[in-house]
Design a protein around this ligand. Structure first.
Ligand code: AP5
Length: 211
């Protein structure tokens, strides 16, 4: 099964991906997590991506498409995957179509998690992440068992560099200009979920829509 999660930064794509991963036993492919790992390891790709990410701008389509072509060839993709944060532009969506055409694949579900901008800005100030796994928490809505620690490894949680209000506002602008047009691109295949509900309610709405 191939699921695409679309939605604004902080809309809950990463949070819901983790549930879908264990429910359907398919990997989450988060371009954001992949890029952050490149930045952390100071790879050539990471050095190129860093200057866009810290401003909340998108990394170039060609870099992303090259990275994804490699990722899709990995063994764990054989039964499908959850796309979180890719595609993010019409060019990337066309690139994905081309990659899928080559291997006779298609997306089964396109799910938009819809949340208003002001709610996003207030949510992001409470986000905490475990950088190694991409597990995501919220100090109020989804707190870890021990404050400031990852539930599984007990390692410290961090605040992402791009979660400053000013950068979040720019990421929202980029989302409206460059990513939201994908809702029309996928048009009749899109299912929109109200992402302002509780995490549990969003999760059950998504599962219902897939079933
Ligand atoms: P990326 O890492 O993909 O960030 P994003 O899309 O901006 O999404 P986020 O990870 O910020 O949010 P999310 O929707 O996963 O929400 P989450 O579940 O964490 O991209 C980062 C950067 O990398 C980009 O700016 C760009 O530079 C670059 N990049 C990445 N992909 C790219 C691409 N394809 N092309 C070009 N550049 C690319 O939830 C947020 C918070 O809210 C958490 O604290 C969570 O606990 C909480 N929460 C979740 N759901 C709820 C709820 N229902 N109620 C209350 N709180 C909730």
């Amino acid at each position: 099964m191939k699921i695409l999660l679309l939605g604004p930064p902080g809309g809950g794509k990463g949070t819901q991906s983790k549930f879908l991963m264990s429910k359907f036993n398919i990997p989450q492919i988060s371009t954001g997590d992949m890029l952050r790992s490149h930045v952390k390891n100071d790879t050539i790709l990471g050095q190129k991506a860093k200057k866009y990410m810290e401003k909340g701008e998108l990394v170039t389509d060609s870099l992303i498409l090259e990275m994804m072509e490699v990722r899709f060839k990995e063994k764990d993709c054989i039964n499908g995957f959850i796309l979180d944060g890719f595609p993010r532009t019409i060019k990337q969506a066309e690139g994905l179509d081309n990659l899928f055409k080559k291997s006779n694949q298609k997306l089964n579900h396109v799910i938009v998690i819809d949340v208003e901008d002001d709610e996003i800005v207030s949510r992001m100030s409470g986000r905490r992440v475990h950088p190694e796994s991409g597990r995501v928490y919220h100090i109020k809505y989804n707190p870890p068992i021990d404050e400031g620690k990852d539930d599984i490894t007990n390692e410290p949680l961090i605040i992402r560099d791009d979660d400053k209000e000013e950068t979040v506002r720019n990421r929202l602008l980029v989302y409206h200009n460059q990513t939201k047009p994908l809702i029309d691109y996928y048009n009749k295949n899109v299912i929109t979920i109200n992402g302002s509900q509780s995490i549990e309610k969003v999760k059950s709405n998504i599962i219902e829509s897939i079933n």
